[in-house]
Design a protein. Structure first.
Length: 389
């Protein structure tokens, strides 16, 4: 079987391709991130279409390509939930039995009082909110009282916001470490996030010093196995945070999609073999959660225009997928429980190969594992299915 020297794996964060059968249980019936955006107005996505996007399912206004250049399919999320951590962990071979807990009405009083006691300060907020809005709402009171702002979102997160002049960064980070240690069992959120901000009331701005404290993934996941085999892993965007840096040999953060795309090209110039693992977050963070349909559409077109810039070597494997949906056309500003697209391309990959509906996102991780001589507990590799001949 043919093996690839290098895998370039790009996660288009939240670019789902239609509701899963159980979407109704999540309040996501009818969600279809790509489909609904295409229904709203004509998109130019010639490169994704050429790779096989419109063969996964027809998308309004996009050409149906009879003989796409790559292999194509879609993945279901086998784990319960629909958040970042769940989707990425599953790609790496971890299928959750129960979802990370959510706190749509804030955290229970006993958790709040224990946290207050441990940090020696009262807190403000304790509700689900948009980070920018809650800072505008409570920032002044925070500056007056010195009480940090604690909030959550539709994701499994415990977020702590503080003004850098009121609570120094080191203290904010220490508070988040305290929360991370405290939040166990039924309260074990996927991520604790430090959210520092600066500026005067009415002009608050979050700084770039955000820091995520993720739950450690169980041992034996894809990146652990690649590390054992000395396979270099170059992580771009929030990949390193999600996996706590495990198995990652080089990591860069990104400011936005454009920065992420530029850094991917740079990584490809620097690392000729192994895995380059990329998350392009803007779709989700900037447009999906804000129900900005037009912004989402433009971001998709920008990513599409960038694809031909990927300087693929003859023995490269390109994988493009997503971690969940976040349909900007629905009233919900939350993620949506959707299938994710799967596009696989390379000079040595069979063209026009239908990979069907994969039972789990772990199939991708298993394929990468098999390519580098490893095996995961979950997932069925499609490495044999993309071979030419």
């Amino acid at each position: 079987m043919h093996h690839f020297d290098r895998v370039i794996w790009i996660v288009l964060d939240s670019v789902g391709i239609g509701a899963m059968p159980d979407a109704g249980q999540y309040g996501d019936e009818g969600s279809d991130t790509l489909g609904n955006i295409c229904n709203r107005g004509k998109l130019e996505l010639p490169n994704l279409s050429r790779l096989g996007l419109t063969r996964i399912k027809p998308l309004a206004g996009l050409p149906s390509i009879d003989h796409p250049a790559g292999a194509f399919g879609k993945c279901r999320l086998a784990s319960p939930g629909k958040d970042t951590t769940t989707g990425h962990w599953e790609m790496a071979g971890i299928i959750l039995e129960k979802p990370f807990p959510l706190f749509p009405h804030g955290f229970p009083p006993d958790i709040v009082s224990e946290f207050e006691q441990k940090i020696g300060r009262k807190i403000l907020g304790n509700k689900a909110a948009s980070g920018t809005e809650i800072i505008n709402e409570l920032g002044e009171e925070h500056m007056r009282t010195g009480s940090p702002i604690v909030y959550t979102s539709a994701d499994s997160v415990f977020q702590v916001a503080a003004h850098v002049d009121v609570i120094p960064l080191a203290e904010l980070y220490a508070m988040c470490e305290t929360a991370r240690e405290m939040l166990r069992g039924p309260y074990e959120v996927g991520r604790v996030i430090a959210r520092p901000f600066e500026g005067a009331p009415g002009h608050f701005e979050r700084t770039a010093d955000r820091h995520d404290y993720a739950v450690p993934p169980p041992p034996g996941m894809l990146l652990d196995q690649l590390a054992e085999r000395h396979v270099p892993v170059y992580a771009i965007g929030k990949i390193s945070d999600i996996f706590l840096g495990r198995g990652i040999t080089h990591s860069v953060k990104t400011k936005n999609n454009e920065d992420g795309m530029e850094k991917t090209l740079e990584a490809m110039r620097q690392q000729p073999a192994g895995l380059i693992f990329v998350n392009l977050v803007d779709f989700d963070q900037q447009y999906g959660h804000r129900n900005d349909v037009d912004g989402y559409a433009r971001a998709l077109e920008a990513a599409d225009r960038w694809i031909p810039n990927l300087d693929l070597k003859p023995n490269d494997l390109l994988i493009i997928t997503a971690d969940h949906g976040c349909d900007p056309t629905t009233p919900s500003t939350d993620h949506s429980r959707e299938y994710t697209p799967l596009l696989v391309y390379g000079e040595e990959v069979a063209a026009d190969r239908n990979l069907g509906t994969r039972q789990s996102l772990a199939d991708i991780g298993q394929t990468v594992a098999e390519n580098f001589g490893a095996a995961l507990q979950a997932g069925k590799s499609f490495l044999p299915d993309i071979q030419k001949g």
